[in-house]
Design a protein around this ligand. Sequence first.
Ligand code: UD1
Length: 430
Amino acid sequence: MEQYIIKGGTPLRGEVDISGAKNAALAILAAAIMTDETVTIDNLPDVRDINVLLQAIEGIGAVVVRESRNCVKINGGTIRSVTVDYEYIRKIRASYYLLGALLGRFREAEVALPGGCDIGTRPIDQHIKGFKAMGANVKIEHGMIKTKADRLHGNHIYMDVVSVGATINVMLAAALAEGNTILENAAKEPHVVDVANMLNSMGANIKGAGTDVIRIKGVAKLHKTEYSVIPDQIEAGTFMFAAAATKGDILVKNVIPKHLEAITAKLLEIGCTIEEYDDAVRVIGADELYCTQVKTLPYPGYPTDMQPQIVVTLALSKGTSIVTESIFENRFKYVAELNRMGANIKVEGNTAIIDGVSELTGAEINAPDLRAGAALVMAGLAAKGFTIIDDIVYIQRGYENFEEKLKNLGANIEKVTSEKEAMKFKMKVS
Ligand code: UD1
């Protein structure tokens, strides 16, 4: 089993290039099979979730050609099945985007119920509500979601909760439905906009993405495109907080600073210095950071996927901070691990009360999910002594080349598979 071993205490310094946004790319890959022409997708992050989805797409008959590590060509003209029962697909959340994409194109889809990180119950009622409003039948049987429409038509759909997944899924199906769809209370995340832009480049007619009302005029056919995925806001934010937590100085490159405003605002509040450029952000940590309060919210609020990273940083900041999680109910599981490293955090319901400590100390800990896993790596980098992190498979789902990028910033981190390799690392860095 792969683990990370880290010797902490070195401030991270230097430059890091941010990869394409995983969550945008997952939906864009699904959109790519909505035409029988060849779609080229660039700036695709080479991470586990993406590779699983590509295998699933191949599994239903599409031709997938990896042009390079970050570029893929997909031809959906040879799709022979609308049933996606690939054994790994249910492990990734975004498998559900194949429902919207296949329903739109073939009026029928069967996809294994999605899994993903265990951060709450994660219902999909809003996706189902959207499909039904467009005339589809939806039923759940034997772990599969099955949907079929004799006529798929536009409708006026009001989302009861702001959901990234449901917004994108309905947008995918509506792109090829008959007539107009108006989607109210839509999610406004940058990746919703990216998927709309990609679909429009394939000939779709989608307006308003990035606001809470999206208008989709269904078209009969989509065509080929070449599209480059936006930079990953969450990967960027993780490195920005890593600069703060390790008292370092990192230039985070290939980003859209506008997408990072909620993160930047919090870093400024706790005492970091920020320099913004056209496509880069520099974060300079401080010897002493201060407490703050934050509540996770849909975009443009502070992202839930950046919650564990700010908690790690506030665990090392002066005073008492309060972090409220309003999106997922089970997202503080990693706090127990952080407390084992010397943090002083109490969780009450959906709130973490953090009394800042002056240092953390290394321990052997588990990564409970993707973002918390990355945050625990940050904690290890800031902590005194050695930290070993198990279950790093979660981290590999969403961070491309994580340890390489960290090493380039001066981190003492190694991926190891045995006690012997861990010992070798300890000798090297001691
Ligand atoms: C996506 C991201 C995830 C991120 C989340 C919120 C992907 C693959 N994942 O997840 O990293 O943390 O957005 O930014 O892009 N909800 C319902 N009914 C539904 C759908 C959602 O009640 O049908 C609720 C959820 O339980 C949650 C909230 O709505 O409380 C937001 O969830 P949603 O935006 O849908 O998250 P995901 O798309 O699953």
